[in-house]
Design a protein around this ligand. Sequence first.
Ligand code: ADP
Length: 572
Amino acid sequence: MKSKRESNARFRLVLTLGLAVVLPALTLILVNFQHVKSIQRDKKVEALIHRDFQYLLTISAKKMASKAYTLTEQARADFPADTDSDDEKRRKLDLILSKSPWFAHVFLFDAKKGIIIQSQRDHDSEKEAGESVKMYSGWFGLEGSYLCELLRKRPKPIMWSSGEVERAGGTLYASTAIFSFPNLSRDRTVLGGVRFDPAYLKETFFPALLEEVTSQNFTNDPEQLYGQTFHELMPNEAFGHPDQRLAMMVYQGDSFKAEGDRPLATSAGWGSGKPEVSYKLDDPFRGLTLGIKFQGTTAEAIGRRWVWQSFLILGVLSVLMIGGLVLTYRSVNKQVALARLKSDFVSNVSHELRTPLALIRLYAETLELGRINTQEKKHEYYSIIRKESERLSALINNILDFSRIEAGAKEYDFRETDIAELVRNTLDSYRYQIEQQGFMFEEQIDYGIPSVKVDREAIARALVNLVNNALKYSDSEKFLGVRLYREQSVLKLEVSDRGIGIERHEQARIFDKFYRTCDPLVHNTKGSGLGLSLVRHITRAHGGDVEVESTPGRGSKFTLSLPLVQESRASV
Ligand code: ADP
């Protein structure tokens, strides 16, 4: 009946825990798990990184183009006027070259007057300028007016021509700007142009721009470069790691194969390997491609690490949740068991109170009726009444002490005491009862036990509880032994019996409040389950402790240890 009620309570608890905590938490973990799995399956992190790489490449390409346009427009503004003499024109073109070391040569083509081309004073530029004269004259001679017409229609009157030039170390990429002068009348065919020095492009222009883009401290402000979605999905740490700086490069052609190809220019930290994402450049650098990758890692590795980190976090969360559940379940189980012990306690105590009261009443009534004639009988009845009332007050004292301890209001009155005398006196008042019950009683109190500061009443109560237990839980062999002796700086008070004993696994629990063992004799003997918990509290308050040695069927020995030099803890 009882266990059915208990298992019902437990079932209700498990159900509540299940519905209120486990189910939502598990669902949350499962949904997250699925989410991370889908990210892993679809390689979403990688895709997002690539998308952001693409974005970064677009920005870089724009930056490069805008820089090339700016330099070209600056030069164009300084171009000679139409009315200038040829010498003046040459001087002005030379001035542009000296101001702009990034141009290999500049030229001015007029359909009526021919081409003027000025170059930097180095061997390569002069050689290329010489070769270009022919090419430009031929080309502009044929298509000059068409080109002017074409440029007029553009928002910026600049067009680009790119190709390769021969240099000592091999061919180099070159880009030339060709522009018109919109202020001149429409029937004039005049074109200007600047060629970027291929060596300057390779050694200064591209490396500087790549460095500028990759060295931006976007790890601190990734929002600048990475879309919001990226952040929704990807924790900052992905980019917060110093290993995850970016590297960029520029190469010629459409595809870059790590083995043979040499990039035109790279940012610091490119190392080797292929770009993760590439972007084909348009004018002014048509024919070139920009590449990007992480320094020392790949988007795939970052994606994989992120997924595993997420799985790990989910795993730890699940373990924590399960641990929490187990703890809650155990603590509630404990509470349920305590509630059962309490209800047992109430029924035991009421029975314990009722029995002596009934006996007292019965013997008092019999005496009152005057039917008892012999003095001997009368004496026996009086002693029963005294004993039963003693039992009653012992029980009530236990309960009162217990409730004081529970309320934290138990106070001890420590006084200098001859403890040998205290033990002797306490046992004397029980001697008759002990012998009456047929117990063999052995009392051994050593000589010369020093006096010690104790609460007399409390120590006597502890001893009485132990003696009572020895009497209650002895079966066929009735023996009670009490020993008081000194062991160095500790006083030992031993109470032993040869009774039913206590199973090993129960020995630690008998000192818990309300706890009673499962032995059938214990079951049939009334008790409150408070005695030993009081004994422990009392000895600890005296700075000592209580221990039990017991063998089932052979008997038990309880030992109180009281330090002679006490640091008593009155409010334990
Ligand atoms: P109570 O005796 O009122 O049940 P106690 O706190 O004094 O409560 O004891 C707790 C339990 O410890 C007892 O119910 C009994 O099972 C066990 N116990 C205590 N003393 C002895 C003993 N001397 N021999 C065997 N079992 C004992």
